[in-house]
Design a binder for this molecule. Structure first.
Ligand code: Q9C
Ligand code: ZN
Length: 320
């Protein structure tokens, strides 16, 4: 269950999503285990220790159900070591809509391994590879979870690509929601471009990030590009924003592309408000593929579960 508009409702980010996508894909491989080190390039040790133990600490405190916070250090977020599960849930999260269940760490860990496997395939010469990550990753930062995300799979892929010899990595985020965690991780970096096309945060989650005036800072000034779009956006307007984003990737001189793909831009999605159709995902992906860059794609959102597999397949067909 998740806290949604003031009530506990069934969790939108559930295992049926993955089952529907798996059934629609032709060739699937389980990832091998690359270990924790590539994850530590993105996430801090205190946060990783918290994620691995949060649910058992929740249970040890006598709680039932899944763990989520209720008090946040909005002012003066300091690395206090309070050793209280409720304090740590606030310390390491930015919302109350991402419950930690018994299996959350394992799922997040193996999702990150899938992103690493896809990156390895691309570094090894494949033109494109897709990682079916669940849970998704683009909302969580180096030391906080949120938005159903616990490990930032696309950031882990980008860092692995750099460790593997890539020099300028572009991240293109085409989930309905702004990828605030990814933006935060690379905000001051000049070697990673972050471009995001998403619902205007003036109306939509995550509200506080993803506005057009967020352009990066320090060495990363200009290496963040947000292209917010209004609710109701359909293919023509979406393609115009995509062309702007793709031109930014070309201008950046990227030698690697990482795509955060969310199918929650679909017209039938139950929690979002864009108007893309299944058939639209192929030309969108084809325009991205025409960059001609080695490309890793990770699964982000998408909650119209019955259409998720065909929407993912339509997107991947554009790389075909
Ligand atoms: N009414 C991704 O698509 N929903 N995350 C808050 C409050 C959070 C979506 C609901 C939506 C997160 C990866
Ligand atoms: Zn989303």
């Amino acid at each position: 269950m998740e806290l949604h508009n003031g009530a506990y409702v069934p969790y939108a980010e559930h295992r049926g999503r993955m089952e529907n996508v798996l059934a629609a894909l032709e060739r699937v491989e389980a990832p091998r285990d690359c270990g924790i080190e590539p994850i530590r390039r993105v996430h801090g040790d205190a946060y990783l220790a918290f994620l691995q133990t949060a649910h058992e600490r929740w249970v040890a405190a006598g709680r039932s159900g899944d763990a989520h916070g209720y008090a946040w250090p909005v002012v003066g977020r300091r690395p206090l070591k309070l050793n209280r599960i409720d304090a740590d849930l606030g310390q390491f999260s930015f919302d109350a809509s991402s419950p930690i269940a018994a299996g959350t760490w394992d799922s997040a860990y193996w999702g990150a391994q899938a992103a690493l496997a896809a990156t390895g395939a691309v570094l090894g010469g494949d033109q494109a590879a897709f990682a079916l990550c669940r849970p998704p990753g683009h909302h969580c930062g180096a030391d906080y979870l949120g938005g159903y995300c616990f490990l930032n799979n696309i950031a882990i892929a980008a860092e692995a690509a750099i460790a593997g010899g890539k020099r300028r990595v572009a991240i293109l985020d085409v989930d309905y929601h702004h990828g605030n965690g990814t933006q935060d991780i690379f905000y001051d970096r000049s070697d990673v471009l972050f471009v995001s096309i998403h619902a205007d945060p003036a109306t939509d989650y995550p509200f506080f990030w993803g506005h057009a005036d967020e352009r990066g800072e320090g060495a990363g000034q200009g290496a963040t590009l947000n292209l917010p779009l209004p609710r109701g956006t359909a293919l023509p307007e979406y393609r115009a924003a995509l062309d702007t984003g793709l031109q930014a990737v070309r201008d950046f001189g990227a030698d690697m592309l990482c795509v955060s793909f969310g199918a929650d831009t679909f017209s039938g999605d139950p929690i979002t408000q864009f108007d893309l159709q299944t058939a639209d995902y192929t030309p969108i992906a084809r325009a991205i593929a025409e960059l001609g860059l080695p490309t890793v794609i990770t699964m982000e959102g998408g909650y119209a579960v019955d259409a998720l597999g065909i929407n993912v397949a339509a997107f991947l067909a554009g790389f075909g």
